[in-house]
Write a protein that binds this ligand. Sequence first.
Ligand SMILES: Cc1cc2nc3c(=O)[nH]c(=O)nc-3n(C[C@H](O)[C@H](O)[C@H](O)COP(=O)(O)OP(=O)(O)OC[C@H]3O[C@@H](n4cnc5c(N)ncnc54)[C@H](O)[C@@H]3O)c2cc1C
Length: 393
Amino acid sequence: MMLGFLLARAGVSVTVLEKHADFLRDFRGDTVHPSTLEIMHELGLLEEFLKLPHSEVREVSMQIGKDRVVIGHFEHLPVHCKFVALMPQWDFLNFIAEHARRYQTFDLRMRAEATGLIEENGRIVGVRAATADGELEVRADLTVGCDGRHSIVRAKASLESDDYGAPMDVMWFRLSRKPGDSEETVGHIENARMIVMLNRNDYWQCAYVIPKGSADKVRRDGLDKFRAAVGGMSPLTRDRLDEIDSWDKVKLLTVAVDRLRLWYRLGLLCIGDAAHAMSPIGGVGINLAVQDAVAAANILADPLRRGAVTIETLKEVQQRREFPTRFTQRLQIVMQNNIISPALSGTRPSAPFFMKMMQWPLLRRIPGRVLALGIRPEHVRTPEMAPARKATA
Ligand SMILES: Cc1cc2nc3c(=O)[nH]c(=O)nc-3n(C[C@H](O)[C@H](O)[C@H](O)COP(=O)(O)OP(=O)(O)OC[C@H]3O[C@@H](n4cnc5c(N)ncnc54)[C@H](O)[C@@H]3O)c2cc1C
């Protein structure tokens, strides 16, 4: 959506296909980091964006076994928003879509599911999509796969990836919020179990972390055992566990960390999770995908307007974004190995040495900066060139 918006704004005709009828998917996290908020500022949209309901997190800390470590505090950052905004992702996506629709060059097709690529003489020249009205063919100078960690585009293009493994999956469900509940996002690790609860105003979005591949066993053990485990982790919600009265209310989210070797082919590029699936650790995946979009728009807008995108142009996008992605995934894997895996196997986890070191006054700014801005932050370099859409009655 962000790439579609930036390219349309820069005068490139864009069609965005979204397989669902709306953005009300609740499984993509809510963390809008300072890097993304800075992009909003550069687009002149920050003030309006911050009017959407959100909460602001100014310091992130974590209890790891007996160690309490500050992962990031943001007050020293050279940005307009020195906080992470927690905002449901459908609000974020609707906001971007609404602004993109102002341009005649932007076309968003909802309920259009990409099912295959159109290839001619070794070049990808568009996609096929299933819609309510039958099959749709969209031809394009460039097709961009932004379809997440189960990307159809990546699979259909036969792009090779390396899988770095993740020790966990997530059972995702809601419990109501009641007066007197904590306002904070709550995380708890204990006795080989782990839960994170995100405050979404009228309900808690709960992520119960389980060892990879163990969902069938958790289901076989039954709802009573599951409710007891959740209640054991979170006394706060014991009085409302009967809201989980069916497995239909508990969605399994599989976690993956992988990366394509080549993010492109002639006529095709992948970005975001489609190019590199991110773990939930650090809540950085959305922000990294936005950074990919900004970098891709900066590199592609002008060649796309001129009809001059070559394989070298696509290579440039990967070269720009590969190092920040590798670095971030490496950090996620270190955290997985040192915190999540021991916690899920019942071993008392402890903070890795580098995290303890980062608590020293001289070094403690570094993790906040990495978490908030990532490596090699991107800036909007594309101009606003597109004609505005005429208001319709
Ligand atoms: C359990 C879990 C929790 C997470 N929590 C966070 C968090 O709190 N903060 C954070 O920053 N990151 C989080 N992440 C990582 C984050 O979800 C991803 O890194 C991020 O969503 C990637 O963005 P994306 O735009 O590339 O893909 P997505 O957000 O997955 O978007 C892909 C879009 O493509 C659509 N689509 C898919 N297939 C098709 C198709 N065939 N045709 C048309 N449309 C299609 C989907 O409906 C979706 O709208 C979490 C990941 C997991 C697994």
